[in-house]
Design a protein around this ligand. Structure first.
Ligand code: TNX
Length: 528
């Protein structure tokens, strides 16, 4: 019954809205403060985008966006100080909170004030006030927005190991993230199925580790039975391409968290360099996914990380740490000798030793380690940040130990799960996760004291690509659920409202069409 009332309400709002332009029901994530005014700003090709020097890149971004999607070719003018006189003004201010901004739309001008990312976020809000239809002049509702993010970590991951996604596909993924003020792109670059980042010192990582179909055809053993098409895709990013993507993301105020998996999930690396793998007491490789904790392995991984660090300016490096098949170490002479030497009682301590050594190396290079919650086992590395995925328990434990935490728990943040009835949706890993479930997730667990909750940096949606062979399928799985992540990480808790979000979410389909983005339609079952 309640559902019926809700549907009727949404329908009534829809009808009212089709008669007028309302800012209130457009922007995702919901801004902190939004006041409606009267009238509209009319945007046509005569408008000038005026920017101060610091806002120039964002001005160019807006100019390109309007040309690309609305065929409006606006002039961009850089002013030494305040761009007074221009119809659209982007102004860098001292600002307080990182990412905060103000947007003032009047009948005569559009002004964005912000610092750093703030100007960019103000422009994104403006973009969402534009109609999705491309008929000029574009009407923008008169309004005032004062906004800032709730969490500093508003993430979305992408697994490019299980199935490869091209540079252009990755850029489009980043583009759409940016529209919703998501700011961390977690790039899962290595896993059992494929190694996707060029490492100059170890060329076989990509020559062999990224050529999945070739080695399959040769009849060489690869464990690809998890993949939907049984074969995956070949491909890797050159270091030049990685730099290109980093710059592309930086221009959109998105930082990239690269992930290099260890000590488990390492089959592709071991396939390329077998000496990295765990050996049993006979000298035979009995498993192909676990790294041997040998000095050779540490040198190798430090060499790899050195190249990764040189590429990525981000302060965090993710080293995986999940699902390590630690029992394998009990048969490895290297691991057994290490345990004896260090007086370790269990294989979990070997994992802890492994992660702590890698952390020491990262800290020496001024980088911070991020790992999945298994890194808590056997003792957490000194200043590690924990990504809590097996529910919230790991994140809660880490926050209580005063470690930073990113909440990405099953089931809410797992977008490889179907979004509706399992038998009608494309095959997924886990039971259904609806966008409503995602939306209602609260990253600051009630089990944490206010002081402990401060260690929660934010939250992130995760996508694993075992069952996702194409970019359009990827878009279908991640959206609209990623919109819920955007709102729950950006908007003030008091400002969350499921019905309003439902309405705003449906408004986004006009943009999705404009951007050629294949989000799942919320009311229609099955792949569109
Ligand atoms: C567990 S989430 C994994 C991934 C898989 C995923 C499938 C995590 C840290 N590890 O390697 O792809 O399950 O849902």
């Amino acid at each position: 019954h309640l559902q019926k009332i809700k549907s009727v309400t949404v329908l009534a709002i829809t009808i009212c809205l089709s008669l007028s332009v309302k800012a209130q029901l457009h922007i995702i994530p919901q801004p902190l403060h939004l006041t409606e005014g009267k009238g509209q700003f009319l945007l046509n090709s005569k408008a000038v985008i005026g920017v101060d020097k610091e806002s120039e890149t964002v001005g160019k971004y807006l100019q390109t966006y309007l040309t690309q999607y609305y065929k409006l070719n606006l002039k961009l003018k850089v002013y030494p100080k305040v761009p007074a006189g221009a119809a659209i003004q982007l102004i860098t201010t001292a600002g307080d909170k990182e990412g905060s901004y103000a947007l003032h739309v009047s009948t005569g001008t559009v002004k964005v004030f912000g610092k750093g990312a703030g100007v960019f976020y103000g422009v994104q809000s403006l973009i969402q006030l534009l109609p999705a239809k491309t008929i000029a002049p574009l009407k923008v509702a008169v309004c005032t927005v004062a906004d800032e993010p709730r969490f500093q970590w508003r993430g979305l991951s992408l697994d490019v190991s299980r199935h490869f996604f091209t540079v252009d596909e990755v850029k489009q993924y980043i583009d759409v993230m940016a529209h919703y003020k998501l700011n961390v792109f977690h790039w899962h670059l290595t896993d059992d199925e494929g190694w996707r980042i060029q490492i100059n010192k170890y060329p076989k990582l990509t020559e062999i580790g990224a050529k999945i179909t070739y080695y399959e055809k040769q009849g060489k053993f690869r464990k690809l039975d998890n993949l939907i098409d049984g074969g995956g895709k070949d491909g890797f990013y050159t270091q030049d391409e990685i730099r290109e993507v980093i710059k592309y993301a930086r221009d959109r105020f998105i930082s990239i968290l690269p992930e290099i998996e260890m000590p488990g999930h390492s089959e592709a690396a071991i396939f390329a360099y077998p000496e990295l793998g765990c050996q049993d007491s006979t000298g035979a490789k009995h498993r192909v996914r676990m790294l041997d904790p040998s000095e050779h392995t540490f040198t190798f991984m430090e060499d790899v990380l050195t190249e990764v660090i040189a590429l990525f300016p981000n302060q965090y490096i993710h080293i995986g740490g999940d699902e390590a098949e630690m029992v394998d170490w009990l048969k490895s002479p290297t691991a057994v000798a290490l345990m004896k030497k260090e007086g370790m009682k269990s294989e979990k301590e070997v994992q802890s030793y492994f992660i702590k050594r890698i952390e020491k190396f990262l800290l020496s290079k001024n980088k911070k380690l991020v790992g999945w919650d298994e890194i808590l086992q056997g003792g957490l590395a000194e200043s590690a940040t924990v990504m809590s995925w097996q529910g919230e328990a790991g994140g809660i434990a880490a926050a209580k130990m005063h470690h930073h935490v990113i909440m990405t728990p099953l089931p809410y943040m797992y977008f490889d799960a179907p979004q509706a009835s399992e038998d009608l949706e494309p095959i997924g890993w886990n039971p259904t996760v609806t966008w409503q479930m995602v939306y209602n997730y609260e990253p600051m667990s009630s089990e944490l004291s206010p002081e402990e909750a401060e260690y929660v940096l934010g939250s992130q949606g995760n996508i694993w690509a075992e069952k996702i062979p194409t970019a359009s399928h990827l878009q279908y799985m991640v959206y609209p659920r990623a919109l819920a992540v955007a709102e729950l990480t950006w908007s003030a808790k008091e400002n969350k409202n499921l019905d309003r979000f439902d309405f705003k979410m449906k408004q986004q389909y006009g943009y999705f069409k404009l951007w050629n983005w294949n989000a799942r339609l919320p009311d229609i079952v099955g792949m569109n």
